[in-house]
Design a protein around this ligand. Structure first.
Ligand code: ATR
Length: 282
């Protein structure tokens, strides 16, 4: 990236909190690699200021924004046009400004799907177990739709699992939380989307369960400086596994494609994410 000048385009990620975000490292690495005169910053914006922030960004001619917690629903509400994925999840993580239009997309879905495919998952006809039914669970369920044979949804609070099942339709089934281990043994693909494992070394699935499982691919949407216990134990049980960092890179790559209407330098972005958390290539 050259020194910013009067022609430098601005992009960024908006969240609250946002200081831990890896998106600036990932996106700026791609901008540098592609020699674009653009810069990507992090904007810490409280919920009460979100709407006025977006209006200001639009007026300033900002190229695009990524949106993280807690603004994904508010972003959906302020967009003038949304993609099918954003509509389905009622959550926007990527906004582009096109004149008066604010276009909202949800690249988390494609991020999950591409990460599963990168892990070699065969999604066609597969039994996919989605653990968790929050925003990330919704994105994972949507990513499985269309190809999965069955989508099993397990969530601690049953009402949320039921709601997601209703949105997914006939391919979906709710798994009672206490039957999670049995379902995990039978599933072909597992996507873990709860916050368990974020700060403690607790996991939702025991090692014995993973060892008995038919599962070939496991994606844990949690990530930290190191790989999660769930990912390490799954690998130990012979399952191909990745954590949320892999997905973060691929949803960021999808956003880059949306911002610039060109392919993304995915390997550069992946390396930037690994460097930012101080991890070596797995
Ligand atoms: P996100 O958008 O990241 O999915 P969220 O909408 O707050 O965040 O959802 C968090 C998910 O983690 C939910 O599935 C939640 O389960 P509940 O619906 O029962 O709250 C799950 N979760 C959080 N803490 C949990 C715990 N200790 N055990 C099991 N599930 C947990």
């Amino acid at each position: 990236m050259a020194e910013p000048d009067a022609g430098t385009l601005l992009l960024g990620v908006v969240g609250h909190p946002v200081r831990h975000s890896l998106s600036p490292a990932i996106q700026n690495a791609a901008l540098r690699h592609d020699g674009r005169n653009a810069i990507y910053l992090a904007f810490e914006v409280a919920p009460d200021n979100f709407e006025v922030f977006v209006e200001g960004m639009r007026a300033a001619g900002v190229r695009g924004l990524n949106v993280t917690l807690p603004h994904k629903r508010a972003a959906f509400d302020v967009c003038t046009t949304v993609t099918e994925e954003a509509q389905w999840t009622e959550a926007v993580n990527t906004m582009t400004f096109e004149g008066e239009e604010v276009v909202g997309d949800n690249t988390d879905i494609e991020g999950v799907r591409k990460t599963l495919l990168e892990l070699g998952a065969e999604l066609d006809g597969a039994k996919i177990l989605v653990i968790g039914a929050g925003g990330a669970g919704r994105a994972a369920a949507r990513a499985s739709m269309g190809s999965a044979g069955e989508i099993w949804i397990a969530n601690r609070t049953p009402a949320r699992a039921e709601k997601l099942r209703g949105s997914v339709g006939r391919a979906a089934r709710v798994i009672p939380w206490k039957e999670l281990a049995d379902a995990a043994v039978e599933a072909d693909v597992i996507v873990h989307t709860t916050s368990v494992g974020l700060s403690e070394s607790e996991t939702v699935l025991k090692r014995e369960t993973l060892e008995k499982s038919k599962c070939k691919v496991l994606l844990d949407l949690v990530y930290g400086p190191g790989e999660t216990k769930l990912v390490l134990e799954a690998r130990g049980a012979g399952i191909r596994a990745a954590d949320g960092l892999a997905m973060l890179v691929l949803q960021g790559a999808e956003a880059y494609v949306t911002f610039w209407d060109t392919s993304a330098p995915v390997e550069v972005m992946r390396q930037a994410a690994l460097d930012a958390v101080g991890r070596a290539e797995p």
